[in-house]
Design a protein. Structure first.
Length: 346
């Protein structure tokens, strides 16, 4: 029988693919000889058997006094592949079994608080250890380089109480959001573009936006704080007016042949005294509160600032330029003066 070798050291040698060392290790014993492997504090005796008709490695327990397992491997398998198969099969056979988690292809699932929760497995080159987080109603398991999904699931299985605590907190926050949503959807609506929009609450910022008479907002952590609500809704409205204004600016400037200063940038501002401005560098600033104006008034504001790219003043030539873009600018200018720039979200 060969001298025993440490199983963890074997794993390291396999992972680094030191083929010469592995080949010499296997060439030192004869076919069918019993190999002694150390797995933790346990010594395991395995006999490697080559089979011509065998297509994959199979580890089978034995009642023989001289050995614990027989590893059947394909006849053409290289020595490094045999050792890798030996590691994989013994690890699978001797590792503790999952008690609460059910492994699935590509992931896993677990029952928490009477609900089936999906486990998403994410591999990370930067991670140094197994990590878990709870997001969007599912568990995200991070597996570091050199780690395996099986070991990660086993780690989660051993920390089931922590999973249950995370899930309980998630359900509590979700219930708070639903309660806040039911109250705000009845009592609070926001008028933008001159039309009334109702607040709809989503669980992810990626789903935020404006459309179909709705303002989709991810609620703040403290749903009882009006300032946090205002910040959350303002964030969505700023992005909405930025997208709308930029679309209109690009549409209008593409049809204008004689811009004095080329348009270079759009900035959404929070100015307290003006709706918009234009600099000599071609930078257009538009107050985010313009989202509360009707679209024809917003379009007039944009035309007003684009006219400054040709005339950096309010001369007759400037207003003639505005009229080229917006023939009814006088009516829209009067409408604009009827709106307060200090409009509140809630």
């Amino acid at each position: 029988m060969n001298d025993p070798f440490d199983f963890d050291r074997l794993i390291d040698r396999v992972s680094k693919k030191i083929n010469d060392s592995l080949s010499s290790l296997f060439s030192s014993y004869k076919l069918g000889e019993v190999l002694e492997v150390i797995h933790g504090s346990r010594k395991i005796h395995v006999r490697v058997i080559y089979g011509k008709k065998c297509r994959k490695s199979v580890l089978s327990p034995c009642d023989d006094q001289d050995m614990d397992y027989a590893l059947l491997v394909p006849f053409n398998m290289r020595s490094d592949q045999v050792l890798a198969a030996l590691y994989r099969e013994i690890e699978r056979e001797l590792s503790p079994k999952l008690q609460h988690i059910r492994s699935r292809r590509g992931g896993a699932e677990v029952d928490l608080n009477g609900e089936t929760v999906q486990i998403q497995v994410i591999r990370s080159k930067r991670a140094k250890s197994y990590r878990a987080s709870f997001k969007d109603g599912e568990v995200r398991l991070t597996v570091p380089t050199g780690g395996t999904k099986e070991r990660g699931l086993l780690w989660l299985d051993e920390n089931l109480r922590a999973l249950e605590k995370w899930h309980t907190e998630y359900l509590r926050q979700l219930q708070k959001q639903k309660e806040a949503s039911s109250q705000l959807s009845v009592n609070r609506k926001v008028t933008i573009y001159g039309e009334e929009h109702r607040l709809v609450f989503v669980n992810n910022r990626r789903d935020e936006g404006v459309g179909a008479g709705e303002i989709r907002v991810c609620p703040p952590k403290d749903t009882n704080d009006d300032k946090l609500w205002e910040t959350a809704i303002t964030r969505v409205l700023k992005e909405e007016i930025r997208q709308y204004a930029l679309e209109q600016i690009l549409l209008k400037t593409s049809s204008i042949d004689d811009l004095g200063i080329p348009f270079s940038k759009l900035i959404i501002s929070s100015a307290q005294t003006r709706w918009g401005s234009c600099s000599v560098r071609g930078i257009v600033r538009l107050n985010w509160r313009a989202v509360f104006l009707p679209k024809d008034v917003i379009d007039y504001l944009i035309c007003h600032e684009l006219a400054h790219l040709k005339h950096m003043n309010h001369s007759k030539n400037f207003w003639a330029r505005v009229e080229m873009y917006c023939p009814n600018y006088r009516e829209l200018e009067r409408k604009l003066k009827g709106y307060s720039i200090s409009h509140s979200v809630l």
